[in-house]
Ligand binder design. Structure first.
Ligand code: CUA
Length: 326
């Protein structure tokens, strides 16, 4: 998926001059604290600079001005003032920051849980209560707390939702948690923000925050793709299931996996030395069990897609899509 495609997905504002639009109460609060610290930093830098510059000229020692230096050593009022005022300022920041930190760290007790699995270079979402798995996108109802339980299958990734001001590393062999409570509907961008290999920058996903009614409808319909025409479905899955991160469709060389252009029906030389025709059965096997027959010149790095991740009809849709890429 490239930036152009991202922009056309009706995403909620990402590119404002200052911050992406907040989509939760907490996000607005975090921005408030950031702005408070930022504005005070500017005021203090300016204040110190201006006073220093003024004193530099005011007490310049020149040929005409040879007055003895002041012997003043102490000024209680001044010293107490410049101790107390900064103390109050940093305590305000400490209290505010600690309060928001707790808010950021401790999920609401009634949060719904979504499991997030990161792998090079896609995001998978599992809803344990619903027995639903989605790739590259996930759906939550508005005004409901959501807790993400995240882990990685390979390397270090990082899950970032700019509109919610939440970000956390996703690590192999360990669970990390993240939570948010959307207060508006919309489609939001998820980024991977830890460099994780060649297609790190394409490791994107979308969060769909739905109204109560839309979410109920989504639950009922489930993640069924049965009413999407095969070809359209195949093309959609090419991006959603992250095929696009390794397989291009324009035939250019140098991809992590073979290009899909002209793939269907071609004779494929394998690492085993034999060769095989890329027919429907071979393509299906390569999706379900990619390591079974690896094409010569490529590493066996493709993740397998099981029945939960891609249903039979979805595999067929991808194969039909490949057939159109002549
Ligand atoms: Cu995953 Cu960068």
């Amino acid at each position: 998926m490239n930036i152009e495609e991202v922009k056309t997905e009706n995403l909620v504002d990402q590119g404002s001059f200052w911050f992406p639009e907040p989509a939760s109460e907490a996000a607005a609060q975090f921005s408030g604290l950031f702005n408070f610290i930022y504005i005070w930093s500017i005021l203090i830098v300016l204040g110190v600079t201006v006073i220093t510059a003024y004193l530099l000229f005011r007490y310049k020692r020149s040929k005409e001005n040879q007055v003895a230096e002041s012997q003043l050593t102490h000024n209680n009022v001044l010293e107490i003032t410049w101790t107390i005022l900064p103390f109050i300022l940093v305590m305000v920041v400490f209290y505010w920051g600690y309060r928001d930190y707790l808010r950021l760290t401790i999920p609401d007790a009634d949060s719904m849980e979504v499991h997030v699995t990161a792998k090079m270079w896609s995001w998978q979402f599992d809803y344990p209560e619903l027995d639903v798995t989605t790739l590259g996108e996930f759906y939550v109802p508005v005004n409901r707390s959501v807790k993400l339980i995240m882990s990685s299958e390979d390397v270090l990734h990082s899950f970032y939702l700019p509109n919610f001001r939440v970000k956390r590393d996703v690590i192999p062999n360990r669970y990390t948690r993240l939570w948010f409570k959307p207060n508006r509907t919309g489609v939001f961008q998820v980024f991977c923000t830890e460099y994780c290999g060649q297609d790190h920058s394409k490791m994107l996903a979308t969060l769909h925050v739905l109204s109560e009614e839309d979410y109920a409808e989504w639950l009922e319909k489930g993640t069924s793709t049965d009413d999407i025409p095969l070809l359209e479905l195949g093309e959609t899955l090419y991006n959603k299931a992250a095929c696009a991160s390794c397989h291009n469709i324009d035939g250019s060389p140098g991809g992590i996996g073979p290009s899909w252009k002209g793939l269907y029906g071609a004779e494929r030389p394998l690492t085993s030395g034999s060769s095989v025709a890329a027919d429907d059965d071979y393509l299906r096997e390569s999706i379900r069990d990619p390591k079974a027959k690896v094409v010569a010149g490529y590493a066996p790095v493709m993740p397998a897609y099981n029945e939960k991740q891609l249903k039979s009809r979805e595999v067929t849709a991808i194969i039909e899509y490949i057939k159109t890429l002549k």
